[in-house]
Design a protein around this ligand. Structure first.
Ligand SMILES: Cc1ncc(C[n+]2csc(CCOP(=O)(O)OP(=O)(O)O)c2C)c(N)n1
Ligand SMILES: [Mg+2]
Length: 536
């Protein structure tokens, strides 16, 4: 078989890939030979950034790496931004690309799609980037990619194949079975010490991040046994189920939770970066820990980032939490429920003027589509949703307000999530500014008949940046946008489109959503706000 055929078979048979996101070019046609009959679904986004965001959404919704087929040069620079987002949030993604012929690499001859060094350009947004120089090494290189996805802190991996190798003959591998892989468990001595500290704690706090999404059961059992108030970050939303009495939500940057954190004598942080976009979105370095910090992470280098560490354990989040539960005495009484309830009462999120307009919006969504995956861009409803939304399970809430913070993420990532979870409703939360970055993916949604609801919050400009300019005394510039007629535009793509201006009209729109294609629901922000204050 050829190198390209071997790649397809390994992806499908050994690694279980069922979907590929790609835009073909003259460099990659050999990758497409046989793809049609492989049984894998090929989805054509309208821009490589869309391919990367779709792969990211697919991975977050399913836990399986998203796979992309990308052309040399511009295809790769186009997808680099999406790889940056996936890298920042540790999302598994496999990007297979072409690159120029081996005997021309690095010569700068001005060949089609040539970069000085594509591998070096992409290495900065990948866990690793590898140039295949011998087709016989393909099984080993792919195995390395999948050990990153399964055994290490995940992230995007790039493998580039020189165009003279795609049709090179290659022998079938000696086995098609993937290896059995297990993640490490922490050293028992570290676990014992952690148990001692946790047992003695009087005012403990738990911080759970996106690294825990595979282990909701273990997470819930640990916090219940330990009886501690628990922050679940944006990427961990839903981990404890909806409205768990120990769940403080993704509110670590708000005063009442910061106070709990500052007063905590022992803090257990698992699979969380303790990063700015969850703990310090107000950018004032105000998340301070004075107690003893115990951290568990798959990546040792994470243990010492952002906060002074007292005890670090390297290991799989779920396995570590199970081992802690086994060792912790019970019952434990740390006043967790009372302290959680008190902090939430102080926060009083639903009456916070910054969040108030979005309370009825999320209520309407939860009533109409309680199981929905909510995928967001970086826009006003998403910032509020980070605090307001409670989800029944993890992998149902993610957006570009965290980590790399890339506008244009929401729509294509929602399409990827829908492809990965066809049985769940998916809602994309986007703004009038952000949606323009990747609006072309509406064509993909229509073509693939994906029943995603696109909720477009229209406030006529870059509201978040307007707010920052006002707050810093900078005269507004570049933030008031002339928006297109979104309804006409969506209909031009063949997408159902409607405008709403109140919670009731939103509920009506959601009730009429089609099941065989997307629907764009434009929310007129000004009229929405007025509908909340003036009875219609
Ligand atoms: C690729 C990229 N460019 C620029 C920004 C800076 N940025 C962050 S939020 C924002 C405004 C987005 O506008 P919109 O989508 O309409 O949301 P709104 O704040 O108005 O609710 C901008 C420009 C960004 N995050 N990402
Ligand atoms: Mg806007």
């Amino acid at each position: 078989m050829t190198c390209a055929e071997l790649l397809i078979r390994l992806l499908r048979d050994t690694y279980g890939a069922d979907t590929v996101f790609g835009i073909p070019g003259v460099h990659t046609i050999e990758l497409y030979r046989g793809l049609e009959n492989s049984g894998m679904r090929h989805v054509t986004p309208r821009h490589e950034q869309g391919a990367g965001f779709m792969a990211d959404g697919y991975a977050r919704a399913t836990g399986r790496p998203g796979v992309c087929f990308i052309i040399t040069g511009p295809g790769m620079t186009n997808i680099a931004t999406a790889m940056g987002q996936a890298l920042a949030d540790s999302i598994p993604m496999l990007v297979i690309s072409s690159v120029n012929r081996r005997d021309t690499l690095g010569l700068g001859q001005g060949r089609l799609h040539e970069l000085p060094s594509q591998q070096q350009t992409i290495a900065g947004v990948a866990r690793f980037s590898h140039t295949l120089l011998d087709p016989g090494q393909l099984p080993e290189v792919l195995a390395r990619a999948f050990t990153v996805f399964r055994s290490e802190r995940p992230g995007p991996v790039h493998i580039e194949i020189p165009i003279d190798l795609f049709d090179a003959p290659v022998a079938a591998p000696s086995q098609w079975q993937p290896p059995m892989l297990y993640r490490p468990a922490p050293d028992p001595r570290g676990l014992d010490l952690a148990v001692d500290w946790l047992t003695a704690a009087e005012r403990p706090l738990v911080l759970l991040g996106g690294g825990c999404v595979e282990a909701p059961e273990a997470a819930r059992r640990l916090v219940e046994r330990f009886d501690a108030p628990t922050v679940t970050t944006i990427n961990a939303k839903g981990l404890l189920g909806r409205h768990h009495p120990l769940d403080l939500g993704a509110n670590a940057a708000l005063p009442a939770v910061r106070e709990l954190a500052a007063k905590a004598d022992v803090i257990l942080a698992v699979g969380t970066e303790l990063g700015e976009t969850d703990y310090d979105v107000v950018f004032d370095d105000g998340f301070t820990l004075t107690g003893r910090l115990i951290r568990i992470d798959l990546d040792a280098r994470q243990l010492v980032r952002n906060q002074p560490l007292a005890l670090g354990l390297v290991g799989d989040a779920g396995r570590s939490l199970e081992l802690l539960v086994e060792r912790l005495p019970h019952p434990m009484h740390k006043g967790g429920q009372e302290r959680t309830a008190q902090a939430l009462a102080t926060l009083d999120l639903t009456n916070d003027p910054a969040f108030a307009p979005f309370v009825p919006l999320y209520a309407a969504l939860e009533t109409a589509l309680p199981e929905a995956i909510l995928v967001g861009d970086s826009t006003a409803p998403v910032y509020a949703g980070n605090h307001l939304v409670a989800q029944p399970a993890p992998r149902r809430y993610f957006n570009a307000s965290t980590g790399y913070g890339t506008l244009g993420y929401g729509l294509p990532a929602a399409l990827g999530a829908q492809l990965g979870q066809p049985a769940l409703p998916v809602v994309a939360l986007v703004g009038d500014g952000g949606v323009m970055f990747t609006l072309s993916e509406l064509a993909t949604a229509v073509e693939e008949r994906l029943p995603v609801v696109i909720l477009l919050w229209h406030n006529a400009g870059y509201e978040e940046i307007r707010r920052f300019m006002d707050a810093h005394g900078v005269e507004r510039l570049g933030v008031d946008l002339k928006a297109p007629d979104f309804l006409t535009l969506a209909r031009g793509f063949g997408c159902l489109a409607t405008r709403v201006d109140s919670p009731d009209s939103l509920s009506d729109a959601l009730a009429s959503r089609p099941l065989d294609g997307p629907m764009l629901v434009e929310v007129d922000a000004a009229r929405w706000q007025r509908s909340l204050t003036t009875p219609l």
